[in-house]
Design a protein around this ligand. Sequence first.
Ligand code: G3H
Ligand code: ZN
Length: 313
Amino acid sequence: MPLLTMKQLMKDSRRLATTDSDPKERYAVGAFNFSTLPEMVGIVEGARMKHAPVILMASLGAVKYIGSLELIAECAKGLAKTYPEVPFCVHLDHAVDLDQIKRAIAAGFTNVMIDASKEPYEVNIQKSKEIAEFAHRYSPYGADGCSVEAELGMLAGREEHVQVSEEDAGKAYTDPTLVPRFVEETGIDALAVAIGTAHGFYKAAPKIRFDLLDEIRKCTDIPLVLHGGTGVPDEDFRKCVAMGMSKINVGTGLKKVYTDAVRQAICDLPDTEYDPRKIVGPGRHAIMEEIAGKCDLFNCTGTAEKILQSIYG
Ligand code: G3H
Ligand code: ZN
C-alpha cells in the first residue's frame, strides 16, 4: 500500500465536516510529531489498534536530528508496506524554507506545511501558492501526490525553532474575512487556524474561540487544522470535531508520554540491563496507547476501512 496524501486521508472527514451531517458522525484525523523511529512505529501501531487513519509529522528539529528528509520519507514508505491496513501520510511540519519544502516533496513526503503565518498576508499567499503549485505538480508519486497545509493567524508558544509571544499571538487569531481569498488564490488543501490554542504546555487552560471556528468553517470547505493539541481539554476537542475540525496536531504531550515511559523503564531495570529494546520498548508501547486514546477522542476509531474504500473503491 503506498503512502497516502493528507487530502486523500481527509476526503471523508471533509465531506462530513462541510455538509449537513450529524455532528456525532464527524471525526478528525490525529497528527503526531515524532523524532525517532520507535515513535513513528508506535504512532502507526496505535492507529492500527483502532482501525484509524493517522498523520506522522516531522518537525524541522526532527529532520535535523534524524539527519535527512530522504531517511524519513523512506522509513515512512517502509511503514506503509508493513502496515497496509493503516491509512497514513508523512508530513513536514511548520516549514518555512521553500527550497527545503520542495526537497521534502521530491524525497516523497505526502503532505507539507508551509508556515508563512508570520509574514504579511500577501507574502503568505504568494509563498503558500508557490508550494501548492509545486507539490501538486512535482511529487515523485505523480500529480496530486503531495498535499499542502498553510496557516493564517499565529499561535503562541514554541514549535521547535519558531517562537511566538502570547502578546503577538493574541493579536493574530485567524481573520475569517481573509480566508476565502487565501484558500482560492493559494490552492492549498488544508488550513491551519489560530483560534486560541498554543504550542507547548499551557499555564492555564486554553480559551478556544468556538465562535471563530464557526465563522471560519462557513467561509471555506477545505479541511481545517487545529495546532497546539497538547493540554486541550477533552470536551474542547470533542466540540472542535463536532464543529468540523478535520486534523488535530499533538506534539509536546506525546514527547512527554514517550520520555516518561523510558525514564520509568530505566528506573525499574537493574543497572546491568543494557538491552535498548527493554528501555525504549516501553516508550513505544506508551505512544501506542496514547494514540489509541486520541483516536477514540477524535472519533476516528474504525474509519480506516471507509477511507481506503473512498480512495480505492
Ligand atoms: O504542529 C504541531 C502541533 O501544533 C503541536 O503542538 O506541541 O502543543 O501539541 P503541541
Ligand atoms: Zn503546530
